[in-house]
Design a protein. Structure first.
Length: 222
């Protein structure tokens, strides 16, 4: 199989455990390079082990794929390493997200727990308190403005992200026939599905009214 999408490799690793055929995957992602990588899927599955291959879909979707957002500052490598090293929070989430008929509340809670874990929080932390702790630490040592994307996402945003992750995994596994996307982090506008980013406003109206630029036409400067 020749392809440039990471989804293909993850799906092959997930499903090849039930197939005895020898499959090779040729990555065509970097067409400019003269180096061509060919993966023997059966060898990779034996090396990674059945549990890791079974839970790869979750790591791929949660850390960002075509239909889910990438988490700023958290790469696939760090998420994958947590899975390989059997991080308890990662393992509990990964094993739950590949099960059918999970409730929105369970998926939301598990997703938030993992987000806290990925940003170095403790099991009793809340995303809001962790954001404040990380923000104060960055402000204390920063030499420039601390950009908000470097903080953990807020709780509602993490909830909708987790719902979309679960829905995508169910689609990959062929278990999403009875699931309505609008109940799993999406909204429908003009015959298109649009991701719901959050249900909270960016800032209180009182604050937004006093913060403004001096541009007369459009905001073209930084």
């Amino acid at each position: 199989m020749v392809g440039e999408d990471t989804d293909l490799l993850n799906l092959l690793l997930h499903y090849s455990r039930t197939d005895n055929e020898i499959i090779y995957f040729h990555s065509d992602a970097n067409k400019q390079s003269k180096e061509h990588r060919v993966y023997k899927i059966t060898l990779l599955t034996e090396t990674l082990g059945e549990d890791v291959c079974n839970e790869l879909l979750f790591v791929h979707a949660y850390s960002g794929c075509d239909s889910t957002s990438r988490i700023f500052g958290v790469g696939k490598k760090s998420a994958f390493q947590k899975l390989v090293k059997s991080d308890p929070v990662m393992k509990s989430c990964a094993s739950a997200f590949i099960l059918q008929n999970k409730s929105q509340e369970d998926i939301s809670d598990l997703g938030k727990n993992l987000m806290i874990d990925l940003f170095g929080g403790k099991s009793n932390d809340m995303l809001s308190s962790l954001r404040h702790i990380i923000f104060t630490k960055k402000v204390a040592t920063a030499k420039a403005f601390v950009t908000p994307e470097r903080l953990p996402p807020i709780s509602p945003a993490t909830r909708f992200h987790s719902l979309r992750v679960y829905f995508q995994i169910m689609v990959w596994m062929g278990m999403a026939n009875d699931m309505n996307p609008t109940e799993w982090g999406w909204k429908q506008e003009n015959n298109q599905f649009i991701p719901i980013m959050t249900e909270k406003i960016a800032a209180p109206d009182e604050l937004l009214k006093i913060i403004h630029c001096n541009c007369l036409e459009g905001c073209k400067s930084s």
